[in-house]
Design a protein around this ligand. Structure first.
Ligand code: CA
Length: 135
């Protein structure tokens, strides 16, 4: 289980991703503007941020820069296919990975798993690990 902050202004994409990730047992917080997303990331630091580059109030790249000024949280950028230059800027600006719209949810999930594996912030298999055997 991981806590994921999804910053995305497109309502249908937002609800599809939220539903899919919630079904996997993740806790998903959503923001539909860059500013509210930044506030959310500071108030309730997530394990991963999913950041759309095309936001109504603040440019996604700007959101990334502001986020990076205060947080090392892994960021997966969500970008449109014709945003190639922006995608490069996003990676150079501190994004950890990206998905290109339109994308299948399986691809997003796989990238998420990879990020979580690297950051080591999840994948505990319940309390079994702690006590050990008693025989
Ligand atoms: Ca958008």
């Amino acid at each position: 289980m991981a806590t994921i902050l999804l910053i995305e202004d497109d309502g249908s994409i937002r609800s599809a991703i939220t539903r899919a990730l919630t079904d996997l047992g993740h806790v998903v917080a959503t923001s539909n503007t860059g500013m509210s997303g930044l506030e959310s990331a500071v108030d309730n630091p997530p394990d991963v941020v999913l950041l759309d580059l095309g936001l109504p109030d603040i440019e996604g790249l700007q959101v990334l820069a502001m986020l990076r000024a205060v947080s090392e949280v892994p960021v997966i950028v969500i970008t449109a296919r014709d945003d190639d230059a922006d995608m490069v800027k996003a990676l150079d600006g501190g994004a950890d990975d990206y998905v290109i719209k339109p994308f299948g949810i399986e691809q997003l999930e796989a990238r998420l798993r990879a990020i979580l594996r690297r950051s080591g912030s999840t994948v505990a298999e319940g309390p079994l690990v702690v006590g050990g055997h008693r025989d």
